[in-house]
Write a protein that binds this ligand. Structure first.
Ligand SMILES: C[S@@+](CC[C@H](N)C(=O)[O-])C[C@H]1O[C@@H](n2cnc3c(N)ncnc32)[C@H](O)[C@@H]1O
Length: 201
């Protein structure tokens, strides 16, 4: 399991999720992370899951129904760069976890993929939405041109966090190609006043 970045992402996120928490799946896809989050937030928590493709949300809905977890989730067909518009203002800075799994929908249209501009807008919004101690996981696929661009922008962004504001970690397999998927893990340590957020751009 050590080599499976999606598994490590779930370990990292699962550590901080408790009954009653609010979490976001920013790339619902086939719904596996949405189900994982819904299991961990319990009956009194809630999950918001985003995808731009109806087929992905349909697969996510079916999986949630299979696990009888659909009542814990709101599925939103929208680009994740619009996170701030869709998450109720009362929940801003109360989100415990946001999961991203970039790239295309497995078993779907490979031409529909995440892109650097909207991904960067989404991760910045995700960081803004977190409470202190909240976490973001990002599975990155540098092995295709759009993924390489995303990878470079995400590494640049993650490196700039002052250490008292966030811890940013890269998890990647060393005995594998540089094109293999890897993980970026972020934990918020302190809130950022709007005036001091220049490094989030
Ligand atoms: C690798 S899949 C996610 C896999 C999913 N986490 C799972 O467990 O099955 C990536 C998903 O991101 C979606 N996506 C691409 N661009 C997006 C965007 N701008 N906003 C939200 N979702 C997007 C794709 O439609 C695709 O379903």
């Amino acid at each position: 399991m050590l080599e499976t970045v999606t598994y490590i992402a779930q370990l990292f996120i699962g550590q901080v999720l408790n009954e009653g928490d609010i979490a976001i799946d920013a790339t619902a896809g086939n719904g596996k992370d949405t189900v994982f989050l819904a299991e961990h937030v319990g009956e009194t928590g809630h999950v918001y899951a985003f995808d731009i493709q109806e087929i992905a949300l349909e697969r996510t809905r079916r999986l949630l129904e299979e696990f009888r977890l659909h009542h814990r989730c709101t599925l939103i067909r929208s680009c994740h760069s619009k996170l701030l518009d869709h998450i109720p203002a009362s929940l801003h800075k109360h989100i415990r976890a946001v999961m991203f799994n970039l790239g295309y929908l497995p078993g779907g249209d490979r031409s529909i993929t995440t892109d650097v501009e909207t991904t960067m807008a989404a991760v910045r919004s995700a960081f803004h939405l977190l409470n202190v101690g909240g976490r973001i996981s990002i599975v990155v696929y540098p092995g295709h041109p759009a993924g390489t661009e995303e990878s470079e922008a995400l590494i640049h962004w993650s490196r700039r966090f002052p250490r008292d504001i966030a811890i940013a970690v890269q998890y990647r397999r060393l005995n594998s190609s540089d094109r293999s998927p890897y993980l970026i893990l972020i934990e918020k340590r302190r809130d950022v006043p709007a005036s001091g957020s220049e490094f989030l751009r």
